[in-house]
Write a protein that binds this ligand. Structure first.
Ligand SMILES: [Zn+2]
Length: 369
């Protein structure tokens, strides 16, 4: 930090514009050049670059845990970011870890549902990438601290961004039920995680109850709280690790605190040490009206305050849900709700929508005025 002329200080987060982008080791120089120059031209300040997603690349010895591909992606992108004065953050998936090296070495680290099935043995929501490590285990935290550290060691990188830092969806966002062919009027055992040995034993030691025997686990406050707390602690510890390397810690979280706890057991207002929280207010996936962007933002800001959490909130918007003629209006919803800046998903979405770069450039100019 500091290498960007103090650009990353919290005081400068006001009206900062961010965007998520996917990176590959195969991304051509001309593509980095195109995306980063357009982003800078449109007034974007920071790019959150995916370097480890649901289908992570593997370089060299696949038995090694060191994420050489992620490191290479960041190191390749950095000179382009510096050229265009863009702040660069490394975006990784966190509890959702699909690397085969890990699955083979430690299948016992993976989450188990209320039917006793490991997420390694079933294809949840028919998604190959839905493989989740359990946040209760000290070993999974150690593993992720190592992954975070090897990236945080990169000079010139501004921060590490934790995505998929949650449980698998107990309930999918409401607007997705029909297309995914699920009926989720309540939480069903197939989608209710984590009932691994460690979680069951730890909860039983605390309360005397084996959670797998609960008639209605969702109505058991202590069992819900247990899962919220172990995940929040996992996020807090990882954030602390990121900051110990002098980098900014941030996380992508579900749209509002209440929906996050309910749908994915993610109590993000209690993620301590995380500098910036980016609620992904992709409102149409929740079947929400446009103005809910403002409401959800405000709920997040108010709950953070009530929890005594100094983290900054920056609303994430889905480009496909924000027509190019109305960008300004949506930025207004976020800012009126108390968001410090705006983060857009994604640069690719902007790039493939005719006229979006120009419209965004105009909107950002107006926004920062
Ligand atoms: Zn567990």
């Amino acid at each position: 930090m500091g290498c960007n002329g103090g650009k990353s200080e919290k005081s400068d987060l006001n009206k900062k514009v961010w965007a998520w982008m996917a990176g590959k080791t195969t991304t051509a120089d001309s593509d980095w050049e195109h995306m980063f120059s357009n982003a800078a031209q449109a007034g974007i300040d920071a790019i959150i670059l995916e370097c480890h997603g649901g289908y992570p690349e593997v370089l060299g010895d696949s038995l090694s845990f060191r994420d050489s591909a992620a490191i290479r992606i960041i190191k390749t992108a950095l000179p382009f970011a510096q050229k265009y004065n863009l702040e660069l953050h490394a975006w990784i998936w966190t509890t959702n870890r699909t690397e085969m090296s890990l699955r083979k070495a430690h299948p016992e680290w993976y989450q188990v549902n209320a039917q006793g099935e490991s997420c390694l043995d079933i294809k949840l929501y028919n998604r190959e990438h839905y493989r989740w490590i359990c946040p209760s285990r000290p070993e999974t935290l150690e593993y992720m601290k190592e992954r975070v550290s090897e990236l945080a060691d990169i000079d010139g990188l501004a921060g590490i961004h934790l995505d998929f830092i949650r449980y698998p969806d107990a309930i999918l966002p409401y607007g997705l039920h029909e297309s995914r062919g699920v009926v989720q009027d309540k939480v069903y055992p197939l989608w209710d995680f984590c009932y691994c040995e460690v979680c069951r034993e730890r909860f039983k030691a605390q309360t005397g109850t084996d959670p797998i025997e609960l008639e209605d686990p969702t109505s058991n406050d202590a069992w819900m709280r247990y899962r919220w707390d172990v995940l929040a602690s996992f996020a807090s510890e990882l954030s602390k690790e990121i900051k110990s390397h002098g980098k900014i810690a941030s996380a992508a979280v579900f749209a509002s605190p209440e929906e996050s706890r309910k749908l994915v057991r993610q109590d993000w207002v209690n993620f301590r040490n995380t500098d910036i929280l980016f609620p992904m207010i992709y409102h149409k996936f929740y079947s929400w009206e446009d103005s809910m962007v403002e409401t959800a933002t405000r709920q997040g800001v108010e709950e953070l305050k009530a929890a005594g959490n100094p983290a900054v909130l920056c609303s994430g918007l889905f480009v496909g849900h924000v027509p190019k003629e109305r960008i300004q209006e949506f930025f207004g919803y976020a800012v009126n709700g108390g968001s410090k800046g705006i983060c857009l998903f994604s640069l690719e979405g902007i790039n493939r929508t005719e006229g979006y770069w120009e419209a965004l450039g105009e909107a950002v100019k107006e926004f920062k005025r």
